[in-house]
Design a protein around this ligand. Structure first.
Ligand SMILES: CC(C)(COP(=O)(O)OP(=O)(O)OC[C@H]1O[C@@H](n2cnc3c(N)ncnc32)[C@H](O)[C@@H]1OP(=O)(O)O)[C@@H](O)C(=O)NCCC(=O)NCCS
Length: 430
């Protein structure tokens, strides 16, 4: 028996088992060796929502939820948001290290070169209904890219993997911007490769008849920071979807389409929209105490507060709060900001929230910024998806090279009927 082990006594049989502990975990397969009889099933772990199950080893992102720490490849999010760019962070996530000047220039060049999509992608996007949700369009179009690059299924080839990663990071803003223009009935704008990644995205979103669209650099910087903040968050629901689908060895476009699908759900990417609805409903500062009382009575939730992992101030929320100032300097203050700030102040002093360790999360202020950019709420998750793409791909890349990974296939506890006798319809209905 090693000192790093768990001794389990099975009271059904009286037998004891030593289960090794490695990196603070035990292998579920080791528990499978615990069985009451030779022909009996081994012990399994029941964990809906994977609240206490590690699904992989990963060196991409570190989170300490108790302390409110988030690091990409070991670098604190605060430093990256302050001093880096989204494309440099994307390089870091994908390659594991910061780039040299030459590597960075080559990376930016590659990404910029691949921002255009095949004209048929445009034609097929134009086939969506006039009011199609941009997230549905994004999910479908990124999945459809697999048909334009059938070689992407050669996931064993490192060069091929790199090519698809570059393509996807480059093309997501194009697909996202076109999904936005579609709902507005405006012509799709082609990429402007003289512009940086985020400035080009803003140009594809908002350019009209002017020959060149150059957004205010403060807005470009703020959106770049928002992309950095969303770039990865270890094994969240959409990353888990990418890994789960990717574990079948499908091409990365299909795996990322699954991630976009997971992000589409209101429990994942949609909370910032719910925050705006809540702030609007509260309407003015005077109504906050009554609202808080309703939350404490269990009538509703304070949206944008609380997190499965963070039991402290979400470090991303702090950075976004600061970015609000820069954006509002250009666009004018969103009147809901005052309500949000007062709500935060009151909640952080209230015993109910303190006791449950409920702090603002990334969604509490991000909706306010997006609204200042004039994005409709349906676009919020599209922005999240563009930011999260390098993280999904870094995790997918790690998966493809991880010898311990298998096709994702959980067990179940079967609760249905057994060995019924089938009576044909003609007899049952006679
Ligand atoms: C994010 C969230 C789903 C995490 O859920 P979780 O880890 O399962 O936490 P729980 O639901 O177990 O919450 C623990 C306690 O805090 C309460 N709580 C959690 N979030 C709350 C909120 N936003 N407002 C009021 N109470 C909340 C729960 O009611 C529970 O109280 P109880 O112990 O009296 O039953 C949850 O905090 C939430 O719904 N927040 C609002 C939505 C949101 O902002 N989502 C974006 C996340 S980035």
């Amino acid at each position: 028996m090693t000192s790093e082990s768990l001794t389990v006594r099975d009271n059904r049989t009286g037998q004891e088992y030593d289960v090794p502990i490695v990196d603070g975990t035990i292998k579920a397969a080791d528990l499978g060796k615990i069985r009451p009889g030779e022909d009996q099933p081994g012990l399994a772990v029941y964990d809906p929502g994977f609240v206490n199950t590690a699904s992989c080893r990963s060196s991409v992102t570190f989170i300490d939820g108790e302390k409110g720490i988030l690091e990409y490849r070991g670098y604190p999010i605060e430093q990256l948001a302050e001093n880096s760019t989204f494309l440099e962070v994307a390089y870091l996530l994908i390659h594991g290290d910061l780039p040299t000047k030459e590597q960075y220039d080559a990376w930016v060049h590659e990404i910029t070169y691949h921002t255009f999509v095949h004209e048929n992608v445009k034609t097929f996007m134009q086939g969506f209904r006039y009011d199609a949700h941009p997230m549905g369009m994004l999910m479908a179009s990124v999945g459809a890219l697999s048909t334009f690059y059938p070689d992407a299924r050669n996931i064993g080839d490192p060069e091929n993997r790199h090519m698809q990663i570059v393509r996807m990071i480059a093309k997501m803003p194009t697909l996202g911007a076109w999904s936005f223009r579609h709902a507005q009935g405006k012509p799709y704008v082609y990429p402007d490769n003289d512009l940086g990644y985020t400035a080009n995205f803003l140009s594809m979103l908002f350019k009209m008849s002017e020959s060149k669209h150059e957004a205010d650099p403060r807005l470009v910087k703020a959106l770049d920071v928002l992309f950095i903040l969303h770039a990865d968050h270890e094994q969240n629901a959409s990353t888990n979807a990418v890994r789960s689908v990717g574990s079948t060895q499908v091409d990365p476009y299909s795996a990322v389409a699954a991630g976009v699908g997971a992000l589409y759900g209101p429990l994942h990417g949609g909370a910032n929209e719910a925050v705006l609805r809540m702030l609007r409903r509260i309407g003015s500062k005077e109504n906050i105490p009554a609202f808080i009382q309703g939350v404490k009575n269990g009538d509703e939730k304070l949206m944008g507060f609380g997190h499965r992992v963070y039991k402290n101030y979400d470090p991303r929320a702090k950075i976004i709060k600061k970015a609000c100032d820069d954006v509002f300097e250009v666009t004018g203050v969103n009147p809901l900001l005052e309500i949000a700030q007062e709500l935060e102040k009151i909640a952080l002093e209230d015993e109910y929230f303190v006791q449950r360790k409920l702090y603002p999360n990334v969604d509490f202020y991000s909706g306010l910024i997006y609204e200042a950019f004039q994005f409709p709420p349906e676009m919020f998750t599209v922005l999240f998806a563009i930011g999260r793409t390098p993280g999904w791909l870094a995790q997918w890349l790690e998966l493809t090279q991880d010898k311990e990974q298998k096709i994702a296939r959980p067990k179940q506890i079967y609760t249905g009927a057994r060995t019924l006798d089938f009576v044909p319809a003609a007899e049952r209905w006679a």
